[in-house]
Every structure is written in C-alpha cells, then in structure tokens.
Design a protein around this ligand. Sequence first.
Ligand code: ADP
Ligand code: MG
Length: 399
Amino acid sequence: MDIHEYQAKEILASFGVDVPPGALAYSPEQAAYRARELGGDRWVVKAQVHAGGRGKAGGVKVCDSDVEIHKTCEGLFGRKLVTHQTGPEGKGIYRVYVEGAVPIEREIYLGFVLDRTSQRVMIVASAEGGMEIEDISADKPDSIVRDTVEPAVGLQDFQCRQIAFKLGIDPALTQRMVRTLQGCYRAFREYDATMVEVNPLVVTGDNRILALDAKMTFDDNALFRHPQISELRDKSQEDPRESRAADRGLSYVGLDGNIGCIVNGAGLAMATMDTIKLAGGEPANFLDIGGGATPERVAKAFRLVLSDKSVQAILVNIFAGINRCDWVAEGVVQALREVQVDVPVIVRLAGTNVEEGQKILAQSGLPIIRATTLMEAAERAVGAWQNDLSQNTKVRLAT
Ligand code: ADP
Ligand code: MG
C-alpha cells in the first residue's frame, strides 16, 4: 500500500527526520488560508497523488502570494495529474500540501528498500538528488552509495557516518545526517515498510537537512498489525477494480488485455496468464480467488471481472487440491445463473473429483466451453474472443 507525501512526512517526522513546515488542504480557499497560517512569503503547492515525477508534470508549483496559491490550486483540484509513474490515465488531485519554500543548497537521493539478493534492508543514496533513481543508475551509476543493514544489530551509527562521508556531507552536519538515516530506518522497520524514499533530501543554505519529498510503501500482508497505517489508505489513488477486489478479500491486478482470468492460487494465475499470451491473447487481469472457492466467491469474482468493460472472454482455471472440482463447478454454475455474463466462458478444471465437476458443467445446460488442459483452455479463450464472440458460445442470462 502506498501513502501520500504529507502522510509519509508526518511519519518520518515522528521518528526525528526534519521536514519543512506544511499543511494539507482540500480546496483552493483552504490552501490560501493554510499558507497564511504557516507564515513566510514563499510556498510550494504540491499535488498529493500516489506517484513521483509530479514536479515535471506541473504538480509542484512555487507561489509568492496567497492569491497565486489560490489560482494554482484552481488549476490542480479535480484534475488528473499524468506523470511518468501514473500511466496515461493519470491520478486525481483531491488534496494539496502547502509547504514553506526551502532555500536548497544540495539535493540528495535517499532510499530504503528490501534487497532480495542480500535479504536485508538496503540503503541506496546518491549525491545526485532530484533525479529519479532509475535515471541516476543509468547516467551516474558511480554516484550511488549502497549499504545493507544487519538485522540482528540494526543500522549502526558508523554506517550512517560512512554514508554521510561518501555523500560529501559537511562534517558539521554528520550528526544530523545520522539522525535522518536512523529515523528513516526506524520508520521502515516499525511499520513493515517495503520502501522509504526521500528524494530529494536537501541541505539548506542555513545548514539544515530536510526531507523535501517522502514516499512510503507498506507490506499489505503486515497491515493488520498497523491499523494506524491502514487508515491512511486513499482509494481515490488506486485502480478501482483493485480496491473493489481488496474489499471483497480477492487478490486482483488489472491488466490491459481482454481475457479475464479467474484462478485459484497465484502460481496458477501466473501460469494461466503466460499460457494465454502463448496462445496469442492478452490477459485482462490477474484474479486469485484463493483456496476455498465457494459459489459466493466465484460469483463475486465473475462480477468483478465483468465490471471491466474490456473483458471479452473469461477463462476459469481451477486446480482442486484442498478444494473439490464438483464444488467449484457448482460455484461456476451458480455464479452464471446469478450474474449476467454475456461473453464466452471457458472452464478448465483439474484435480479432485474432476469427473463429477465436468458432469455438473455439462448438465447445467449453460453454454460453457470446457477444456481439459491449460493450453487447450487458453487456445479456446483466445479463439472465442477472436471469433468475435459467435452467438452460440455466449451465455446470456437474466439476473
Ligand atoms: P516529485 O518527486 O513528485 O516531482 P518533489 O516533492 O520531489 O516531487 O518536488 C519536486 C521538486 O520541487 C524537488 O526536487 C525540489 O527541487 C522542489 N521542491 C519541492 N518541495 C520544495 C520546497 N518545500 N521548497 C523548495 N523546493 C521544493
Ligand atoms: Mg521527489
């Protein structure tokens, strides 16, 4: 799960990382009012969307008066901000953060990530801040400083001092830098983050070290331990299909193709998507209904997949291990009777009680296309979709 910049800053600040004074606003009037409250004569208005690259896309603007803040905000609120991280559809702007403008002397890149190779939290830093890390590693790979944290002892101050030294931080600021690095690391550990990125971390003209931007991503599987983090979820920033699925306890990832997949198990979902591709099609989604595929769950899955208007065929691929194919078949039949499905449905069942399952599908009287192997199922799904959904393969049922 991602959170907004202002939320990440609040968390980091509570761990001793310095941030500029700022305030959140939900309207242009409130933004101008907030700026007056903050004081000063220069502010930065920052669109709060779950994506980086806002500066280049016009989502971060320096303003010299409250009138200018009001005008800038009128151009931001309600708009979709398209950055290189949002995809062409962009992300809606419903909140802005107003922050005191900071006299920047140096911009540093600082990131904490989970490194799978070393199985450690890795610190990635570069004196080339302000640029995206992908560009830094392409253009200035030598500028990148990396260090990993030994979990048994945690991040050590000497490591932080070494990083500060390699970044060329003024020795007078080393202690501040140690505190900043330790704060980010503690926030990362405390809340089961998978990423903390401060880009840029700046050194100001008056010798302060401030996090000018902040991004945090959390491990979804650990959110149950951190209700105060789950609360920060902003559904307006998520793919609506994915948040609807999460609300229903289904694991769903929306993709760009047109063959909807209803599968149990993540590995099987991956194999199904690969096979669809191999057969010349494109998956519209990745939907894992999990272990116990009750009829209700299958019906929910159908509803969800069908709410995506680009879906032109549905491939159900279930391997019954703990489950039983006859239960799953009953679920599919029940779902098709409840939900209006007007695209071809291809079902492949394997595992326990597969014969009974096939019998239930065959006797249902529903025009379900059955397949034995995964390849056959994928070919039939792609074929059904390419044949422009010939009428006799369609399931048309009243709800
Ligand atoms: P993004 O990474 O999404 O583009 P940032 O928060 O990093 O957004 O802002 C982009 C740039 O705007 C920063 O690299 C920095 O140069 C400038 N900036 C951001 N906040 C401030 C601020 N409070 N004062 C001065 N400059 C700022
Ligand atoms: Mg940034």
